[in-house]
Design a protein around this ligand. Structure first.
Ligand code: A3P
Length: 312
């Protein structure tokens, strides 16, 4: 693992423009915005999860918000109505944005002792989770992934929302180029996914791996598997049905807190930017056949050649 002493070392890392003129810095093979890299290093050195903790890991735009809702509802059955009044990202904090960031808004979760299962989320790649999270703690990891073309188009929409009107727009062609080169925040997408997929095969009791498409296809069955993985299976079918319903995108979209254009304290994007179409295959409305071919070739090269038959 590369070692960095101070901010000067960070600024001397390889850097690239990704979205508009925003920069990402390369550390241990992955690309980060500077604030996220600083927070990720803090996390790497200091995060000591409890054996009962659950870490939701994902590449951005692969279904994190959905999984936050599901994990919260599954593990807090008596207070699942909190999903009506509180945004999923405020129920489950993101380690590098809300807990280990320079001005953390949810650091209190580290010392809370209310007896509830602590759930954190992160986009940090597997190798940069702390040693304790990977090796010594018996904490569990849930990883969600999504096909690369829908992930990218979702990211493109999301970044468009984050841009001020005076900033240079991010064209689809540029976004595809950056995604294929891996130079997007937390990229390369393919390496991110493969690290967790490999761990889920080697340590299925530690890492639960699910795709957005599997969840869409048979939500209830996947939710039941998730509850079993978390050692809190459902007592009856109705319980599972209810959780599927309250975490459905159409249900969540109706709550004022999720419709809100307010900015959370921890990010410059509005709360409503986390809920858009929520469909499989939306990329077909944006990508031409050459772009589809380019990403599919990449997917065959990265995923299929590694034995992971996913993404096309
Ligand atoms: P789209 O942009 O394709 O609509 P993340 O939560 O990782 O940022 O991912 C955001 C994507 O998940 C968006 O996809 C968003 O609409 C979708 N999403 C959010 N909540 C969802 C839910 N409850 N069910 C299904 N998809 C959801």
């Amino acid at each position: 693992m590369e070692q960095l002493a101070d901010d000067h070392d960070l600024l001397s890392l390889p850097k690239e423009k990704w979205c508009g003129d925003d920069l990402v810095y390369q550390f241990n093979g992955f690309w980060f915005t500077l604030p996220c890299l600083k927070a990720a290093l803090h996390l790497l050195n200091n995060f000591n999860p409890l054996p009962t903790d659950v870490i939701l890991a994902s590449f951005p735009k692969t279904g994190t918000t959905w999984l936050k809702s599901l994990l919260f509802a599954i593990t807090n059955r008596t207070s699942k109505d909190s999903l009506i009044s509180t945004h999923p990202h405020d129920l489950i904090p993101t380690l590098e944005l809300q807990v280990y960031s320079p001005n953390p808004t949810a650091a209190g979760i580290l010392t809370s002792s209310n007896g509830n299962t602590r759930i954190f989320s992160t986009h940090v790649p597997y190798q940069l989770l702390s040693k304790s999270a990977i090796h010594s703690s018996e904490c569990r990891i849930v990883y969600v992934t999504r096909n690369p073309k829908d992930t990218l188009i979702s990211l493109w929409h999301y970044m468009a929302k984050s841009k001020m009107s005076h900033m240079r727009p991010w064209t689809i062609e540029e976004a595809v180029d950056k995604f294929c080169h891996g130079t997007v925040a937390y990229g390369p997408y393919y390496d991110h996914v493969l690290q967790f997929q490999k761990q889920s095969l080697e340590r299925p009791h530690k890492v639960f791996f699910v795709s957005y498409e599997e969840l869409k296809d048979d939500t209830k069955n996947q939710v039941k598997k998730l509850a079993e993985f978390l050692s809190c299976p459902f007592d009856n079918e109705e319980e599972a049905d209810e959780i599927v319903k309250i975490c459905d995108i159409q249900t969540l979209k109706q709550h004022e807190v999720n419709k809100s254009s307010d900015l959370p304290k921890w990010l410059g994007l509005p709360y409503n930017s986390y809920f858009r179409q929520g469909e499989v295959g939306d990329h077909k409305n944006y990508f031409n056949s050459q772009i589809i071919q380019r990403i599919d070739d990449m997917t065959r090269d990265k995923f299929h050649s590694a034995g992971f038959m996913f993404g096309i």
